[in-house]
Design a protein around this ligand. Structure first.
Ligand SMILES: [Zn+2]
Ligand SMILES: [Zn+2]
Length: 434
């Protein structure tokens, strides 16, 4: 299997970044603000479609109108005709975050409007190179409700990162909760381009707020977290390589894989290990076949190959057991199972769970209880702060309205149901409510 591991590391640089636009597109002053995209060069980088939305909001025009009045009329005739009439919410609009011809034309127009030429970095090829963009992007945008709420509370600008548009990423790397793709209130999916001046973070259909407090009780399995963390690390590597040198090409990966597969019984061995049908593997490496697997399939494949065969690797039982017991006895902290596994040199908890199911279950339960306890502590702190503010306003003879109380607390705090409840309780205590 090391051959396959090696193959992944030789995804090579195909060519340099697309060159800046021809001179005639560069204007001394831009028609629109040359907003800097958020988190450029990191995996939290803004998406191209998210940037277009923000460009609209910043100019106080609905992003729909910006697209219809400023962008589409400037596309060359062929691209204009190829743009669907209802471009705003469709899967087609989402594909602008990929690598198609339309993306190139839109970036050119945006370059003209803003005099910026780094929009390429807001699209998927800046992470995954020349892999076919088919199947990589979601049909409609997803989001992490806890990220939205956190950003609002911290006064951080709200935006739509590229990672929310990618199919393979299913949980938030920060909050470890599932990304959402339907509004909590009206159940509708979100349009790619917002139809009105609704603020970012509001549903494109009903206008309700799409954020939510972190809910660490949500059950996301340790296995899913490990898998997603692994993907996250690989994407980081791919992005770093792209940023350093240019568009990556996957041709060497398939070439090396083909060589491995030609070894005796290579196809059936790999098919067995990965669960991918051998006829599909034939298609992967056939240069005459235009078929290209999704990034998700390639990564799953590498993930499986990376895990050492159980019979090949002698597990150091004593060391693992000691580490698990130490985690259970730790007075100060309750480390997550994936953390214990990493400390032992495993990339995830699979092996540990296989060999020590009971201990692993206890470690995971303890970590969960710890997270819940932390959450309860945070809530208690919020209650106490609200009580103090209400009490102090009351003593000064000022009615502690929601607005007045909010003024003394972190922005957006009073939006959460828990804070409102605490506020009502404090009002009751002071005799304003019964
Ligand atoms: Zn999040
Ligand atoms: Zn809605």
């Amino acid at each position: 299997m090391s051959e396959v591991q090696q193959a992944l590391t030789v995804v090579q640089i195909r060519n340099s970044w697309p060159t800046p636009l021809p001179e005639e597109y560069v204007l001394p002053r831009s028609r629109l603000y040359d907003l800097a995209p958020y988190e450029m060069g990191t995996l939290w980088c803004e998406s191209l479609t998210g940037y277009i939305n923000r460009l609209g909001w910043t100019h106080h025009v609905p992003p729909h109108a910006l697209v219809a009045q400023e962008i589409v009329p400037r596309l060359d005739e062929h691209q204009r005709l190829a743009t669907p009439v209802g471009v705003f919410g469709t899967k087609w609009a989402m594909s602008l975050n990929g690598a198609g011809v339309a993306t190139k034309s839109w970036m050119k127009v945006l370059g003209y409007l803003t005099t910026r030429f780094d929009f390429y970095l807001l699209t998927l090829p800046s992470w995954v190179g020349d892999l076919s963009p088919r199947w990589q992007l979601r049909e409609t945008p997803a989001w992490c409700p806890a990220c939205l709420t956190d950003w609002q509370t911290m006064g951080h600008p709200l935006y739509q990162p590229l990672l929310w548009m990618i199919r393979i990423i299913t949980i938030c790397p920060r909050h470890k909760i599932p990304l959402i793709n339907h509004c909590f209130h009206c159940q509708k999916p979100q349009l790619v381009f917002a139809p009105s001046k609704k603020r970012p973070g509001e549903c494109t259909s009903c206008g309700q707020w799409l954020g939510k407090e972190t809910n660490s009780d949500q059950d996301v399995s340790e296995e899913l977290v490990s898998w997603q963390e692994w993907i996250w690390e690989r994407l980081k590597e791919l992005q770093a390589a792209s940023l350093a040198a240019g568009v990556l090409t996957w041709e060497p990966f398939f070439r090396h894989l083909a060589r491995y597969l030609q070894e005796q019984k290579g196809y059936s061995r790999l098919a067995q290990a990965t669960g991918i049908d051998r006829t599909v593997l034939y298609r992967w490496v056939d240069p005459a076949d235009a078929y290209s697997p999704a990034l998700e399939t390639i990564l799953k494949f590498c993930y499986v190959c990376r895990v050492p065969h159980r019979q090949n690797r002698r597990l150091d039982r004593e060391r693992c057991q000691l580490a698990l017991h130490a985690a259970l006895d730790d007075k100060n902290e309750s480390p997550a199972l994936s953390h214990v596994a990493q400390q032992l040199g495993y990339e995830d908890a699979r092996q540990l769970m296989y060999h020590f199911p009971e201990e692993c279950k206890l470690v995971a339960q303890r970590a969960k209880a710890y997270r819940q306890q932390r959450k309860a502590q945070r809530l208690a702190q919020v209650r106490e702060n609200i009580q103090q503010v209400v009490c102090s306003l009351h003593t000064q003879g000022i009615y502690p309205s929601l607005h007045k109380v909010q003024a003394f607390l972190p922005r957006g705090l009073m939006k959460s149901p828990e804070a409102r409840e605490a506020w009502h309780d404090a009002l009751r205590e002071q005799g304003y409510e019964s």
